[in-house]
Design a protein around this ligand. Structure first.
Ligand SMILES: *Cc1c(COP(=O)(O)O)cnc(C)c1O
Length: 365
């Protein structure tokens, strides 16, 4: 079998989570966000599992979208940052990609292109994130320009929430109010009817008023909640990525002995130390602190000492029974990647997304 370090992608969990989106937003359509290799889960694999469940996929570049096409995925694809060059617009028409336009340059590019057919364009409004999008008072002229262009068959109005995980923060209500005003402003000048899209995962889970015709779930599809506070809806998600390895060495060390590079952890008592075949070269975060939980035989055992490139050490003194070859879950369904992330000063999003190529990925049916 070889080195036992691997990632399992749980197909049923993914299907369960997309079902949760449908239950929470029964009237909307889903753009499944599968940028960055589906947050490290494998974009083509994820797209194959979800293609009958969702209306669209969203990625960050033409290259990511083309990878889906070359793997036989025919579903429409939205480019969340739009096109970077006008050549890409021609590819979009041919391949069935839709583009975000978030600034003057991109609107101009759409107007000036000589396309073989019209595109659907998503006009992004900056309602407070201040990253991408046209300012609210600029929306009308941009919308009208797009509507007039023969390269555009329809416009979807979208925005992005900056702090939808802050359940008591005023910024989401403020962004929603701003967006509603923009919609009214457009209706007042008599534009054609248009669809809207606001909600990311946190919006879907916590802000029903953000549910438009199109939802854009990312992290929740992978079974991780973006919400920090306990929330009943987010508890119903099932993690899709299971990152696991095995114990490849076991030893007893005496109190006072240290473990790993730099001798950063010193045993306070005689301790049973398991060496696990996983390290930062496999995607386990090097800055995971002493005490980061690791699952062995269904129990949480603490990481001890520094994370090496290919190995970690775990204190298994508390276990009555433990053996070479025991499976160790680094994160997955027994232990959330979000929890591990808090021990490594990051978020679950980053842990799952930055898994390296070397770690083999298998689909669990
Ligand atoms: C990444 C992204 C999403 C998905 O966000 P999650 O928090 O993962 O649900 C939605 N919309 C846009 C514009 C994004 O860039």
């Amino acid at each position: 079998m070889g080195r036992p370090t691997e990632i399992l992608i749980d197909r049923q969990a993914l299907l369960h989570n997309v079902q949760r989106v449908k239950e929470l937003c029964p009237d909307g359509k889903i753009v499944a966000v599968i940028k960055a290799d589906a947050y490290g889960h494998g974009s083509s694999e994820v797209a194959k599992i979800l293609q009958d469940q969702v209306s669209m996929f969203a990625v960050s570049s033409v290259e990511e979208a083309q990878e889906l096409r070359s793997n036989g995925i025919q579903t429409p694809v939205l480019l969340l940052e739009g096109c970077f060059t006008s050549d890409e617009l021609h590819i979009c028409v041919q391949q069935g990609f839709e583009v975000v336009t978030h600034n003057q340059n991109q609107v101009q590019m759409v107007e000036d292109a000589k396309l073989s057919g019209p595109l659907r364009v998503w006009l992004k409004v900056d309602t407070g994130m201040h990253r991408l999008g046209v300012m609210p008072d600029q929306v009308n002229p941009f919308f009208e320009r797009l509507e007039r262009s023969s390269n555009v068959h329809s416009v979807v109005l979208m925005t992005h929430l900056s702090y939808a995980d802050g359940l008591n923060d005023p910024s989401t209500p403020a962004q929603l109010t701003c967006f509603q005003q923009v919609v009214k402003q457009l209706n007042d000048v008599g534009t054609n009817p248009f669809e809207i899209s606001i909600a990311n995962s946190a919006g879907i889970l916590a802000w029903p008023k953000s549910h438009g015709q199109w939802q854009r779930p990312g992290i929740m599809l992978y079974g991780l909640t973006p919400l920090t506070e306990d929330n009943e809806t987010s508890n119903q998600l099932i993690p899709v990525m299971i990152f696991r390895s095995q114990i490849i060495a076991l030893r007893w060390i005496a109190a006072g002995e240290s473990v790993g590079y730099g001798n950063t952890w010193v045993a306070q008592q005689d301790s049973h130390i398991a060496t696990v075949a996983v390290g930062y070269g496999d995607g386990y975060p090097r800055n995971a602190k002493n005490g980061t939980p690791v699952m062995v035989r269904g129990q949480r055992c603490p990481l001890v000492g520094r994370v090496s490139m290919d190995m970690i050490a775990v204190d298994v003194t508390q276990l009555q029974e433990v053996a070479l070859g025991d499976t160790v879950e680094l994160w997955g369904q027994e232990l959330s990647a979000n929890e591990v992330a808090t021990w490594a000063d990051t978020i679950g999003y980053e842990l799952v997304t930055r898994m390296p190529k070397r770690t083999p990925r298998k689909i669990l049916d």
